[in-house]
Design a protein around this ligand. Structure first.
Ligand code: NAD
Ligand code: TDX
Length: 339
């Protein structure tokens, strides 16, 4: 099978590429990535010499390029991770989120219709469901929860999901969608909460906590997300949505304190900053469908996944130090210091 993975130089796509290249030596994995600020070829290093792996640089929203690529490669399966993924950046500059997340997705869908693929898989997010109130711990997102987005990021992701479903209904394209909760693990870009805490705490720098820090996220180790997507592309039913999550809800403050404790760093590093605009209160996934229909079971809990992740950041300092020493410094300055 020839599998085109988009966004495979990013966090989750990168972990997925590693997983697939190693697990299926008989399959051909093509990693297509535009190498934006979030894409990093260092992430692909562990597989770059494998015979079943190939990297191609390109933009999913570039129609001519995508159609040429499909003509030449004729993939059997497309797994679309490529996206602008950071909520704070979407609040600052929504347009690129529409281009990549919506137009990029429809461009891929059009190519899939023209060249006839066996499966198009859209990597979506629980953020398309909006948020849940803090005082209703009995509520969870299911696959039938209405889409109700808060940020430009989640709105663009929801729009993409609707197009994916429309291409199934209108053109009969064999599609699946996964909606996963917050991921963490190796190769996570340090603008996101957990790698930001680890990288800043190791340098004894302040950790910005938005608002009161009471917002809840449902954390899943990236490995378990990769296993879920592999299961869905092989065994999932056409046209279906699958929620992915492992019931690991934590407040942001709990997350910060857990990581600081594991690193033996003081809580005095915590600094409260202005809240994110439109900040979602709580995400919580009900993964029953994935568990009962496809037999998915996560390997990690938050308590086992966090030490593994911290150890990875300690063992791979060069990977994240290269990132935070570059353009990212200017971004951080703009986001938190100059505002
Ligand atoms: P990321 O920002 O780390 O990586 C995104 C990758 O896409 C980068 O390598 C980037 O270079 C590439 N890219 C961006 N624009 C592109 C374009 N126009 N053409 C080709 N490549 C392009 O993101 P991530 O955290 O790995 O997220 C991957 C996917 O998973 C996204 O679709 C995101 O919405 C979804 N998701 C993320 C999470 C999470 O917690 N991070 C949870 C659920 C779903
Ligand atoms: O410095 C920070 N301080 C802080 O308090 C940062 C970066 C974040 N936060 C808060 C905001 C959120 O409540 O921590 C929580 C997690 O923030 P992010 O890491 O930015 O993730 P989130 O906004 O929840 O979105 C993530 O999960 C869903 C991914 O970035 C999305 O791509 C995915 O769809």
């Amino acid at each position: 099978m020839k599998i085109l993975v988009t966004g495979g130089a990013g966090f989750i796509g990168g972990n997925f590429v590693h997983y697939m290249v190693n697990k299926y030596p008989e399959d051909e994995i093509i990693n297509l990535d535009a190498l934006t600020y979030a894409g990093n070829l260092e992430t692909c290093k562990p597989v770059e010499d494998k015979p079943n792996y190939k990297f191609i640089k390109g933009d999913i929203a570039d129609r001519d390029f995508i159609f040429d690529l499909f003509e030449k490669e004729k993939p059997d399966v497309v797994v679309n991770f490529a996206a602008e993924s950071h909520v704070d950046r979407s609040i600052d500059d929504p347009e690129i989120f529409v281009r990549t997340n919506v137009i990029g997705t429809t461009t891929l869908l059009d190519a899939c219709v023209k060249y006839g693929i066996k499966r198009y898989h859209q990597v979506s997010t629980d953020e398309v469901y909006g948020d849940l109130p803090l005082d209703r711990p009995d509520l969870f997102f299911t696959e039938s929860t209405p889409l109700h987005t808060s940020s430009p990021y989640s709105s663009a992701k929801a729009a993409a999901d609707l197009f994916v479903q429309a291409y199934h209904r209108t053109y009969g394209l064999p599609v699946t969608i996964s909606r996963c909760s917050n991921n963490y693990g190796p190769y996570h870009f340090p603008e996101k909460l957990i790698p930001l805490i680890i990288s800043r705490a190791l340098n004894d720098e302040k950790i910005p906590v938005y608002g009161t820090g009471e917002n809840v996220r449902d954390w899943l180790h990236v490995y378990d997300h990769c296993v879920a997507i592999d299961l869905i592309i092989r065994k999932g039913k056409d046209g279906e949505v699958y929620n992915v999550g492992g019931h690991n809800e934590r407040t942001n403050l709990e997350v910060v304190k857990t990581v600081l404790k594991a690193l033996n760093k003081p809580e005095s590093l915590i600094t409260y900053v202005s809240d994110r605009k439109g900040h979602d209160m709580r995400y919580a996934i009900d993964p029953t469908k994935l568990e009962t229909e496809l037999g998915w079971k996560p390997k990690y809990t938050f308590d086992t996944g966090i030490p593994q992740t911290i150890q990875w950041y300690l063992d791979n300092k060069e990977w994240w130090e290269n990132i935070i020493s570059g353009d990212y410094q200017n971004y951080f300055q703009e986001m938190y210091v100059n505002k």
